[in-house]
Design a protein around this ligand. Structure first.
Ligand code: NDP
Length: 323
């Protein structure tokens, strides 16, 4: 089969198209013929070596496709099922052997590319808004990169829950996308002091929660945007990781809470997976959640997809399509 392989850590040029054998599913796995694979920052982190992996490695952490075969112990899915998954590496390929417990069936009205694009960022937005800080009507939140993949979905879910949503973006064009996603207010954080803007918009109080995927360039001001005892959910690092800091600053800035959540810990059981994926795919099927696919690339062009994602020019979600 065709697959993208990384033999050593490095830039996008390390993503090479190769021929490798089709994997054989273990007893608890299903062999999925992949139709589309989502492109995520986590793939960039494995490629660059920020997150550790053994090489050679097939990157890619989410996909959708059709079950071709199942291992002897599999009960969750059967050959012919249309399925999607996240957080099993190796999706930049024509086939992947995936633990069946991680697969969910796709509703009839959702196509495979959409399902592939929805899983990882959709379930992330779901746990952040429903579990890490469960938003309720009248709450206020700040979402960074509000025109991006995860950010755009967090904004939409926060609005569904009745929150007032402020979104940061780098350009006027992205501000328009963020408003389409549902932001009540957008802030150009490349030009404006976003903490000062948030304080102005909340009459000096600050927001209940900041969902921060940007990290290095936003961390300090994210803390400054919170109300006393507010929560910073630092869930990514698009601008780079934050340097070590003294936790005493959380006290000085108002007894703040800080968490660094990760999707696997919010998919702790199969029930939790079925809840989050069921909501995300169900809302898409019902037209309540809009998925913005910002670019679709053939599998062979994975390097370009990574360049675009890292280059900060993208809106919404990037996917690789598999012929
Ligand atoms: P996005 O679509 O949000 O793309 C990244 C965006 O970050 C850019 O479009 C840009 O928006 C903003 N950004 C700010 N500074 C930079 C910079 N220096 N370089 C590049 N981009 C920058 O990506 P994802 O939604 O895929 O992921 C966002 C982050 O969330 C990643 O760090 C990812 O690993 C993390 N994540 C974490 C999860 C978890 O469970 N913990 C799950 C999913 C994602 P703008 O131009 O508007 O500033």
């Amino acid at each position: 089969m065709k697959a993208i392989q990384v033999n050593e850590a490095g830039g996008p040029e390390k993503l090479e198209l190769v021929d490798v054998p089709v994997p054989r599913p273990a007893a608890n796995q299903a062999l999925v013929r992949i139709a589309a694979s989502g492109v995520n920052f986590i793939d960039v982190y494995f490629r660059t070596g920020l997150y550790k992996a053994d090489f050679p490695m097939i990157p890619g952490s989410e996909a959708a496709g059709t079950v071709e075969a199942v291992g002897s112990e599999v009960t969750e899915v059967a050959p012919g099922d249309r399925v999607a998954y996240a957080m099993a590496r190796g999706s930049y390929a024509e086939y992947a052997a995936v633990p069946a417990a991680q697969l969910v069936k796709i509703p009839d009205h959702v196509d495979l590319a959409t399902a592939a694009a929805a899983m990882l960022q959709g379930m992330t937005a779901h746990y952040l808004t429903h579990s890490t800080f469960p938003l309720k009507s009248g709450d206020t939140c700040l979402v960074h990169a509000a025109a991006g993949g995860a950010g755009g979905l967090i904004v939409q879910m926060a609005k569904m829950l009745g929150a007032r949503v402020f979104g940061t973006v780098s350009t006027e064009e992205k501000a328009r996308v963020a408003r389409e996603n549902g932001c009540d207010e957008t802030i150009l954080y490349t030009q404006q002091d976003f903490a000062a803007e948030v304080k102005r918009l909340t009459a000096g109080r600050g927001v209940d929660v900041v969902y921060d995927s940007v990290a290095r360039t936003t961390f300090e001001q994210s803390l400054n945007s919170l109300r006393p005892r507010g929560l910073l959910a630092l869930f990514g690092q698009s601008s780079g990781p934050i340097p070590p800091f003294d936790p005493a600053i959380l006290g000085a800035k108002g007894s703040l809470f800080l968490t660094r959540p990760g999707l696997p810990y919010y998919l702790a059981t199969r029930d939790e997976l079925l809840w989050r994926a069921g909501d995300v795919l169900g809302w898409i099927a019902a037209g309540k959640l809009r998925l913005r696919i910002g670019g679709a690339y053939p599998l062979a062009n994975a390097a370009q997809a990574h360049r675009d994602l890292e280059g900060r020019g993208t809106t919404g979600k990037l996917v690789l399509t598999v012929p």
